[in-house]
Ligand binder design. Structure first.
Ligand code: AMP
Length: 213
């Protein structure tokens, strides 16, 4: 399957993407994970992206399109991919459309994961992430077995730099202003599936139903 996962920070895009990869071997492509990896490795890309990310602002579109143009042409994308956190702006969505036409690729649809704001806020403040493998935990509902240590790879499980109260409120404002308009964009393209659900299992079922129809 080839899907775009849309939704506010904390809507569960990453969790849903990880679950979908197990269904048919599609790969999760998270621009946030790619950028965090670049920051940790201290690459040129990481140096350019770091201050935007820390403040909860978006990284400039041209940097993101450069990453995605390469990533979408890697071999593992042939089995399908789940775009998690990309596109994030209307210009990115328009450029993605051109890029896909250029490389002869086509998406199935875009999924808008619609979760109430109070649930989002609670999730973002209690979310913890493995800084080595990106596994997602929650201090209340899904803590790692050993505090601070990833069950899957043993890496450090930490609060992301952009999950301070200030950065979270900026990320949500940026989402409303820059990313929420993508819902209308994909609706006009006739390729939007909106799922109003807080459970990832319900989101997965709705996706599978649409894929089968
Ligand atoms: P995420 O893990 O998807 O919440 O992304 C974390 C941060 O990475 C965002 O707050 C942005 O600073 C940056 N980022 C990730 N994806 C994009 C994108 N498609 N466009 C611009 N910035 C992005």
């Amino acid at each position: 399957m080839k899907l775009i996962l849309l939704g506010a920070p904390g809507a569960g895009k990453g969790t849903v993407a990880k679950m979908l990869t197990k269904i048919d071997g599609s790969v999760q492509i998270s621009t946030g994970d790619i950028l965090r990896g670049a920051v940790a490795a201290g690459t040129e890309l990481g140096k350019k992206a770091e201050c935007f990310m820390k403040a909860g602002d978006l990284v400039p579109d041209d940097l993101i399109m450069g990453i995605m143009e390469e990533r979408l042409q890697e071999d593992d994308c042939k089995n399908g991919y789940l775009l998690d956190g990309f596109p994030r702006t209307i210009p990115q969505a328009e450029e993605l459309k051109l890029l896909l036409a250029r490389i002869g690729d086509e998406l199935d649809f875009a999924v808008n994961i619609d979760v109430p704001r109070d649930v989002i806020l609670d999730r973002l403040t209690t979310r913890r992430t493995c800084s080595d493998c990106g596994a997602i935990y929650n201090v209340k509902s899904n803590p790692p077995k050993v505090e601070g240590k990833c069950d899957k790879c043993g890496g450090p499980v930490v609060q992301r730099d952009d999950e301070t109260e200030e950065a979270i409120s900026n990320r949500l404002a940026v989402y409303n202003e820059k990313t929420a308009p993508l819902i209308g964009f994909y609706e006009k393209e006739g390729m939007l599936l909106t799922v109003t659900a807080t459970s990832s299992d319900a989101v997965i079922s709705a996706i599978q139903e649409r894929l089968a129809s």
